[in-house]
Every structure is written in C-alpha cells, then in structure tokens.
Design a protein around this ligand. Sequence first.
Ligand code: HEM
Length: 241
Amino acid sequence: MIAGRRKARRLLAAVVSSNTQVRYAATPTHMNDTAPRQRWTYIWLAAIFVLSVYYLYRAINYRYFTPAQQGPDFVAKQFWYYSHLLFALPVLFGAPLQFIAELRQRAPHIHRAVGKAYVIGACVAALTAIYLGGTGQYEGSRLSIVLTGLLWLFFTLAAWRQAVAKNYATHRAFMIRSYTLALVLVWLRLMYDLQDYLFFYVENADLRDATREWASWVLPLLVVEFWISWRPQLGARKRAA
Ligand code: HEM
C-alpha cells in the first residue's frame, strides 16, 4: 500500500517536472515568434501614422482655415475647437510611440511621460468632443459622438488605472481600445472618402451622415474586440478541449 503511494508520488513528480521542462523548452520558440509580430505592429503603426497626418491636415484646413467654419461665438464654439485640437495632438502623435516594444524596454521613463501626456490629452479632448458633439448641428450624430467621447474617457482612465496597478495585459488592452476611438478622426474621414462604396445603399444624405458617424467607431471597435478579446478566448477554449 505504502509502496504503491510512493510509486504514485514519484510518477506525479516526473509528470510535473516533464511538463515544466516542456514549458521552458517551448519558451525560446515562442519568443522567436514575437519578431514577425512586432514587424506587423510597426507596419500597422506606420500606416496609421501616415493616415493620421493626412486626415489631421485636412481637418485643420477645413475647420481652422476656412472662414465661417468656426462659428461667430468664441465661448460657444471657437474655444472648444481650439482646446479639443490642442489636447488631441499629444494623443495622436504620442500613442504610436507607446506600442514600440524597444522603446518601452529601453526607456520606460519616456513611455511613462508620453503615457501621462496621452491620458491628460485624451481626457480633455474627450470632454471637449462631448460638448462639441452634443451641441453639434447634426441631430443624427449627437448621441453617437457623445457615446464615443464617454467610452474614450472610460477606456483611457481604465488603461491608466491598470498601469498604476501594474496589470500590464489589461492596461495594454484598454490602451488599444482608447487609441482605436482616438482614431475616429481617421476612420470617419476614411469612411467619408469611401462612402460611395461603403454606404451606397443609403440614399438620404442625412441618414448617410448618421450611419457613417456610428460606423466610424462601432466597426473599428468590433474589429479590435475580436482581435484582443474574442479570438484569444476561442483559442483558449480550443486548447482546453
Ligand atoms: C487624437 C484624436 C483627435 C484629433 C487629433 C482630433 C482633431 C479634431 C480636429 C482638427 C477637429 C476640427 C475639424 C472638424 O471640425 O471637422 C475636430 C473636431 C471635432 N472632433 Fe476631434 N479629434 C480627435 C478625436 C476625436 C474623437 C475621439 C471624437 C469623438 C468623441 C472627436 C469629436 C470631435 C467633434 C465632435 C468635433 C467637432 C465637429 C463639428 O463641429 O462638426 N474628436 N477634431
């Protein structure tokens, strides 16, 4: 009986040790996989950066250099447009840096400083966006913009809280969500340029504007959720089965 128990214990120890070895042996192969993944991250970041510069240029040209596009009232409109742009700039240009793994590893102080500028910038830009969207002239866009602003605020604050708590995987997921919404600047205008293909079935101009406004954040957020939450969960279930 006792001999049987000893044998079982030895067997269990052997299984645990072989599992541990397999896990460690697998680590270098897994780490090698990160190089192509990083390359894809950089390709994505470069493409998004180019699109951001292009659409920002167009948005600034339209709103700040076209007479009559800012409204006559400084307090009601112009102040909000300028604050929104000023605080959104560090978000747009700081965010791509945060996804560069080498920078995070070699200069964590830069990652932290840019992160703080991102959080402050995104929070103020989101609040000003909520005001501008809620008081905007297109009724069909108001709820969509206010919701985007609230979600942007929530994702940003959640990312910050998780960084402070050192929950880095959750921090990363919320940063990706926050940046996806910040890029509404790009998605909205990209969809405007492609609207004859994307929204060809909506003939009424007002309905088309409202559809575009909703699609500009719901679709990118769905793609991102599929990538960062749903796909890994499905993979985990397959591995467990
Ligand atoms: C870093 C990201 C962002 C940048 C650089 C940015 C920049 C700008 C610029 C340059 C404008 C003036 C051009 C225009 O009115 O069409 C603008 C307007 C506006 N933005 Fe943003 N934005 C960003 C993110 C967002 C987000 C996430 C929202 C939604 C919550 C938003 C909501 C608005 C609204 C409502 C207006 C006024 C539109 C109007 O009055 O017709 N922005 N933004």
